[in-house]
Design a protein around this ligand. Sequence first.
Ligand code: HEM
Ligand code: HEM
Length: 194
Amino acid sequence: MTTTPVTRYHLVLRILHWTIGVLVLLQLGVGGLVLSEMPNDAAKLIPLTGHVSVGLSIGILMVLRLIVRLKSQKPPIATAGNPALNGLRKATHFLFYVVVFSMISTGVGVALMAGLFPTLFGAGGTLPENFHEFPPLEGHEVFATVLLVLVVLHVAGVLYHELALKDRLLTRMGFGKPRVGKTGGGVAGGNSRG
Ligand code: HEM
Ligand code: HEM
């Protein structure tokens, strides 16, 4: 049975893409600019509870996203007209999943070692003096840097498609009426992906 190729990602995937995108940027900002600069006193409990809750929610949304991604029909591969750039796109998309899950598992590792869950969600108590005594925090920091690099590469790639190739790549993740771009309309050639 043949199916008509789609021009955009599944609606649920598009909603999840932008929701997760905003939450991940929020986590990077709050973690790197706020939490890491605060002493571990009572004032940190609320922002830290927020960070842990949003982080765990991202984990659930990512699992949902992975399921929808595997089960839904994707638009044809958007080629950048260059094998190296195409390889970079594939690697970046794949690494997003790996690195976001790594952020969550290292975060959970710190939380378990520091006994954070009871402190933040009911039993009360105080925070450890410093989270750096817990080794998974080092991984959490390294993965945060890698994630930031991936976001920069990803946005640069999208801008390259939009501004140089003018193939309206953004419409594949957008919600407006699909528009046709210079090189074929956000569906630039190629075959349907698996
Ligand atoms: C933390 C932020 C972000 C993350 C984690 C992220 C992740 C991803 C991933 C993994 C994909 C591949 C589709 C999939 O497997 O689900 C994707 C596609 C896409 N993203 Fe993002 N994204 C982020 C931010 C952005 C931003 C800021 C833009 C716009 C400038 C953007 C525009 C797009 C577009 C247009 C696609 C479709 C690309 C294609 O079809 O090849 N994303 N994103
Ligand atoms: C995508 C999800 C997440 C992102 C992007 C993220 C990002 C960050 C960043 C950038 C930092 C600052 C690291 C530093 O400079 O020292 C941080 C700290 C931290 N994160 Fe996350 N995080 C995420 C999920 C989680 C989860 C799920 C947990 C726990 C269940 C968690 C627990 C922590 C803890 C305990 C710290 C240490 C705070 C401090 O230094 O005072 N994170 N996170």
